[in-house]
Write a protein that binds this ligand. Sequence first.
Ligand code: ZN
Length: 403
Amino acid sequence: MGLGFEVLRTGEAGGRRGALSLPHGEVQTPVFMPVGTAATVKAVPQDVLEGNGAGGKGAQIILANTYHLYLRPGHELVRRMGGVHRFMSWSRPMLTDSGGFQVFSLSKLRKISPEGVEFRSHLDGSKHFFSPEHSMDVQIALGADIAMAFDECVETPATWERTRESMALTHAWAARSKDRFEAHKHRVPWHEALGGQTQSLFGIVQGGMYADLRRESAERLVEMDLPGYAIGGLAVGEPREVTREMIAHTLEHLPKDRPRYVMGVGYPDEIEEYAKMGVDMMDCVLPTRAARHGLLFLREPGSSEITRMNIKKKEYAEDQRPIDENCGCRVCSRYTRAYLRHLFSSGEPLSAVLNSIHNLAFYLDTMERVRGELGRGDSDVDFAQAESQNRRSGAGADRRVSP
Ligand SMILES: [Zn+2]
């Protein structure tokens, strides 16, 4: 018990309007998940996240990184603090990645064996070992609602042979992840407090940029009968058409009654496009990372095109307008481009805070709009009924069915 997923409506292009029930609450999908790397969405306090964007409804679910929290402050410390929700004072749903991607992208001197990965910390050079079993132990101690199977991320570009070899390792690790997870899932810090509920373990489809391998990977993972599936190893430098093609191809081979999550994408127009193709969940550091570099997303009045504004440009020095005139976020309703440019140019910490709040609101609003579009039409009535039923039953609290 730990996850329920209901597809309320499917659009013509495959996009799905759904509801995901997790131990810490219900998530309306498709959803964008802000990345809270070290148990913080950089520069944005939790109370602001809760009310930012999407008509003031805020972020429904956020992500934290296993690799970072394992190294600092340590997963056992987080467990002693009651788990990551209580540690960071965030009561809504969370997801942790497996640590695999960071081990492969950040750490030094990796040594990969069938057993796991030996690596040196990017912080202090200390030596560590991650296996599927260890990743599960760390993720169970952290206690997010959703945990991810430990996977190997192949370098790009990689040959078909190399990619297939890596994919096979990922499948073996997924099976070991599941075994460990099933044996230890009751150790999650909130197990008793939340009526015996547990986390849910998602598998990760790999297969690089090869359609046949993506299919094989999806089929092997579906045989493991997991409550949700992610598509990993994309947006790693390949052209956007390839990303889209791999997503479309992989979605065909994933079960329609389980949530489908594309990891690490993308620009606002990409998340909209993938959501309309049938992706239910996405995460990306882009809105907050770009914000810290002074790059802001907006739509010019009367345009549906997304504009990228570089706030440090001189042309904004005396611009009295908000970043985006159609944005209802607390930054756009209060501050001018002139002031935001001044903060950025002066290196003021508030610059990162305000820029991040606006960019996140832009992403959350984008998904709120996509949900509205997917929920529109013949089955709008059904959707409204489902919503009101949810409210009557306490927003999904009594509605947790395992798929
Ligand atoms: Zn705004």
